[in-house]
Design a protein around this ligand. Structure first.
Ligand code: ZN
Ligand code: MN
Length: 478
């Protein structure tokens, strides 16, 4: 008999907000333990939640990127359970009217394109973190992550292999990062995945008994875990064993899953409407405002960069790998008019600076308009390439609104004053008769030595072509 796998994924994504979902504490990753905490997110009596509007903005953005319908009246509910990292003993989430429903994500697989339906996206708060200290045999709790805003993206059980799961998760990550919903970093826990999986005979319309693996945090672990579970389920079904619906832990080092507990059902959580939070009503103005901020999809930009702007496929791929690169690129091209140059400056020079700072492409935070001005100054021979790189480095530290004024102030403008260049050339020739003689004897390299000396004296601010011409003319006179 042949079997097929049925997989549904629940993906938690931390939203890119400055503050938490119901209070003004910082939502930033890390920090000193229990530094981002106030009475509200510590669950003190009498504290009331206030919904962070940005959370709703980003929830809506995610839904629009994933082709969902947006519920114009969306409400929050309490999910009751106790755990030491949850000070309220309930999680505020959405159960009865989640913000987004009925979406779709299109993926590419080795069997061709496939659509994965999205059941819903709901907004909720994250829990804190337990810190197990092996030295003192104690467990401590860190509430920094408590009430950091999340969306949970629940797929329909449309996924049938590890390959499809990975394609779906990669596409999800690309879309959410492109729309600046989240940085989606598996390694920092801002993207996490629960895998629900069952196996049934091909042709059966009845679902098999499913197991759930929670809080998976890397694509490779997810892929291995799915393959392991498919084998485990198939073997059990073939042997006529009774599977138990359970929640399992994946041990990536051992390459095995272990049962943690039999699966709880929705009823166990006693969901009920949170009486402290008014329904959120999304009017047309709010809805349309968010719609207007949606970015073009990466593949649309890619085609545009190649077809309309004449970039190579390689350059286009590099740029669309990050929304930040696209934004800087498009602003720069609008000013300098050269797509090829702007792409080069971003892919080569900007990436070099980022690498040195151990930053990723997403962290590129320079002003594209200023970069465009800089590229223009170089193409007009007003600033040398070497000095332009210095100006670029300064742009990473401070916003430079008027690049030409900045170049003037710091002596980075190429001199058109040939008499000044001549004076320096004469000095160099007089101080280095050996190089002069070598050059006259046919040693091309000797010219470079003199050229370098002069350029250094001129602080790089000479047109190389002009300097070279003057140098040769003066040597011939000498
Ligand atoms: Zn707080
Ligand atoms: Mn959840």
């Amino acid at each position: 008999m042949k079997y097929e796998t049925v997989i549904g994924l629940e993906v938690h994504v931390e939203l890119a907000t400055k503050s938490k979902i119901f209070c003004s504490c910082s939502a930033e990753f890390g920090g000193e333990q229990n530094d981002h905490v106030c009475p509200a997110c510590a669950g003190m009596p009498g504290m009331l939640p206030i919904v962070n509007k940005k959370v709703v903005d980003l929830g809506m953005t995610a839904g629009m990127m994933l082709n969902c319908d947006i519920n114009r009246v969306t409400t929050f509910d309490k999910k009751s359970y106790y755990y030491p990292d949850l000070p309220n003993a309930y999680q505020t989430t959405q159960w009865f009217a989640p913000i987004c429903v009925n979406g779709r994500v299109d993926i590419e697989t080795s069997n061709g394109p496939k659509s994965i339906r999205i059941k819903q996206i709901h907004m909720e708060e994250d829990a804190g973190k337990l810190v197990h200290d092996d030295w003192t045999d104690t467990t401590l709790v860190d509430f920094n992550r408590t009430s950091v805003p999340l969306i949970e993206i629940v797929s329909q059980p449309d996924i049938s292999s590890a390959e499809e799961a990975i394609a779906y998760l990669e596409r999800l990550r690309d879309l959410l990062r492109f729309a600046k919903v989240s940085d989606c970093r598996w390694e920092q826990g801002s993207m996490r995945c629960d895998v629900n999986l069952s196996v049934r005979p091909v042709g059966s319309d009845k679902l098999g008994v499913r197991s759930e693996m929670k809080n998976m945090n890397s694509l490779s672990a997810i892929s291995r875990a799915i393959k392991y579970e498919i084998a485990r389920h198939t073997k059990a079904v073939e042997n006529g064993e009774t599977l138990i619906q359970d929640t399992r832990r994946w041990d990536d080092n051992e390459g095995k899953s272990y049962a943690m507990r039999s699966k709880e059902t929705a009823g166990d959580y006693r969901y009920f409407p949170d009486p402290n939070i008014m329904p959120v009503v999304i009017d047309d103005e709010w809805f349309d405002g968010i719609k207007a901020t949606l970015p073009e999809l990466p593949e649309v930009k890619r085609a545009k960069y190649i077809d309309e702007l004449g970039l190579s496929e390689y350059d286009a791929d590099q740029l669309v790998s990050s929304r930040a690169l696209c934004d800087v690129f498009e602003d720069a091209v609008a000013v300098c008019g050269s797509a090829k140059e702007a792409a080069n400056w971003i892919i080569t020079d900007c990436m070099q600076v980022l690498n040195k700072k151990k930053m990723t492409a997403d962290m590129l935070d320079i002003n594209g308009t200023s970069l465009g001005q800089l590229i223009k100054l170089v193409s007009e021979d007003k600033v040398s390439r070497g000095n332009a790189k210095r100006i670029l480095a300064a742009m990473f530290e401070n916003h430079i609104a008027d690049v030409e004024a900045y170049a003037k102030e710091f002596g980075f403008i190429v001199s058109n004053d040939t008499s000044a260049i001549e004076a320096i050339v004469k000095e160099a020739i007089a101080s280095d008769p050996k190089s002069v003689a070598d050059f006259k004897a046919g040693k091309e390299k000797a010219l470079m030595a003199l050229f370098g000396k002069c350029m250094k004296q001129l602080k790089g601010n000479a047109n190389p072509q002009v300097l070279r011409e003057i140098l040769i003319a003066e040597i011939n006179k000498a």
